[in-house]
Design a protein around this ligand. Structure first.
Ligand SMILES: NC(=O)c1ccc[n+]([C@@H]2O[C@H](COP(=O)([O-])OP(=O)(O)OC[C@H]3O[C@@H](n4cnc5c(N)ncnc54)[C@H](O)[C@@H]3O)[C@@H](O)[C@H]2O)c1
Length: 439
């Protein structure tokens, strides 16, 4: 069992303190607010939270939890310190890290005089890079010691929700430990050994970013549901029934599907249906800002791909994958068609290959679409990946057809591959000659 100091006894700190004490650890809470310190020492909860008063009282009675304003002594008396101070917004929206900064100075001052190994775990929500660029430098400067050698540092994001935070502490979706230091990560992981949840050890910045991705998505979900609800209400449709059914689709809706960073969406349904819904909303005097922004964001992703190609300063471009996804010949509203059109317009020389797209076989609206968009498309089409690779300086992988997975082994050293799909999960491959659109 560990001796733990917890800095900041607000929602996160108080819940962590009580739950860790309940698990047999000895916890010293540290706060600048003497009232909170007195309350904890009296076995009372400094915040209103279901289940917390009972846990606090139990911890205090067992002698496993106490609090102090003395940060120096708290570091000395413990093996690890968890930072849970607030990280509010400045008036302009930027992150105010002054409390984290102050706590790091206090912990560092104590570490300067402490010879035993100590681990500092940051739990406060901080933007990617904060641990490396702020927490570690301040700890090193004030302690005169070196992170990774004399003391350890981790980032461990917190996913609790106020109101159900005790339950969330014991039943998290996962535990994320961000660390570039194995020894420190092992100490942090040990704290959560009793939880029945996946433990994910990742680089520091990844852990910091996961927290922002989660909260941004939660916010997006709320506004999405509200915008759908506002449209429903105008027509006496029960939005809760709509969203209940929506959530029952765990294949496409509540699932990893459509959540892989990559190229723009397209095809014959998503853009068309979104446009129709937006038009319909306007007729109902509704302005759904999130839904309105979706097509703009999608266009921006096509522009991102174009800029990646432009920056290579090469003009001979091979395109692998032309339809909006592998395994279909549907070209309607394929963002690749849009990209190809734009490249042609800018004077690029193109070679295009897609096993599923044979002009001879294209029919109906699909054929009419491509003939209208790119009239001389036939002259650009190749019969194989090899034909494309033989004659280009830049290769753009536009959909996830299995035959494109080997492209990295097939290209010549001077050729540049721009991957819009992520044909390789080995991000170590990424270099000046292999670039992913958003990874
Ligand atoms: N509240 C939540 O539901 C929640 C959930 C997940 C993550 N977080 C993140 O966790 C962090 C803490 O959030 P919170 O809601 O618990 O904050 P809070 O404002 O409730 O508590 C912060 C505490 O830190 C104390 N403090 C400030 N400076 C200090 C210092 N130098 N030494 C010791 N104590 C000091 C304050 O007095 C206060 O009691 C934030 O980064 C927040 O974004 C919060």
């Amino acid at each position: 069992m560990a001796n733990i100091s917890i800095f900041g006894l607000g929602y996160v700190g108080a819940v962590s303190a009580a739950a860790l004490a309940d698990n047999g650890h000895r916890v010293i809470g540290v706060d600048v607010n003497p009232t909170k310190v007195e309350m904890i020492n009296a076995g009372r909860s400094p915040i209103i939270e279901a289940g917390l008063p009972e846990l606090m009282q139990k911890g205090a009675e067992a002698g496993r939890i106490c609090a102090t304003v003395d940060s120096y002594q708290a570091v000395f008396d413990t093996d690890l310190s968890i930072i849970c101070v607030g990280t509010p917004s400045h008036a302009n929206g930027s992150l105010n890290l002054s409390y984290v900064q102050r706590v790091c100075q206090q912990i560092g001052a104590a570490l300067a005089d402490k010879s035993a190994y100590h681990v500092v775990i940051a739990r406060s929500t901080m933007l990617p890079g904060s641990t490396e660029e702020l927490v570690i430098p301040i700890l090193e400067e004030t302690s005169g010691k070196q992170a990774g050698r004399d003391f350890g540092v981790c980032f461990n994001p917190e996913f609790l929700r106020e109101g159900s935070s005790i339950k969330d502490f014991y039943d998290p979706p996962f535990t994320v430990i961000g660390s570039d230091d194995e020894r420190a990560a092992a100490v942090a992981s040990e704290l959560y050994a009793m939880l029945d949840a996946p433990l994910l050890t990742v680089p520091l910045k990844t852990a910091e970013m996961v927290k922002y991705a989660c909260n941004a998505f939660h916010a997006l979900k709320v506004t999405f549901a509200n915008e759908i609800g506002n449209i429903c209400k105008q027509q006496n449709i029960d939005s809760h029934q709509v969203m209940d059914i929506f959530c029952q689709d765990t294949k496409l809706n509540i699932s990893p599907y459509y959540l892989k960073p990559g190229f723009a969406f397209g095809g014959s349904c998503l853009p068309k249906d979104l446009r129709a819904l937006l038009y319909h909303a306007r007729q109902l005097d509704q302005e759904p800002p999130v839904l309105q922004a979706v097509l703009r964001s999608n266009r921006q992703q096509v522009d991102k791909a174009y800029q990646l190609i432009r920056r290579t300063r090469h003009k001979r471009v091979g395109v692998l994958g032309f339809s909006f996804k592998a395994g279909t010949d549907d070209l309607r509203e394929s963002p690749m068609v849009e990209l190809v059109e734009r490249l042609i317009g800018k004077g690029y020389q193109l070679r295009v290959y897609d096993r599923n797209v044979s002009l001879a076989n294209l029919q109906g609206a699909n054929r009419a679409y491509i003939e209208k968009e790119i009239p001389h498309i036939a002259s650009l089409m190749c019969d194989s990946v090899e034909d494309v690779l033989a004659d280009c300086e830049v290769v753009v992988v536009g959909n996830g057809a299995p035959e494109f997975r080997q492209v990295l082994d097939q290209v010549r050293p001077e050729q540049i591959v721009i991957d819009l799909i992520r044909i390789s999960d080995e991000t170590g491959h990424l270099n000046g000659h292999y670039n992913g659109i958003c990874w």
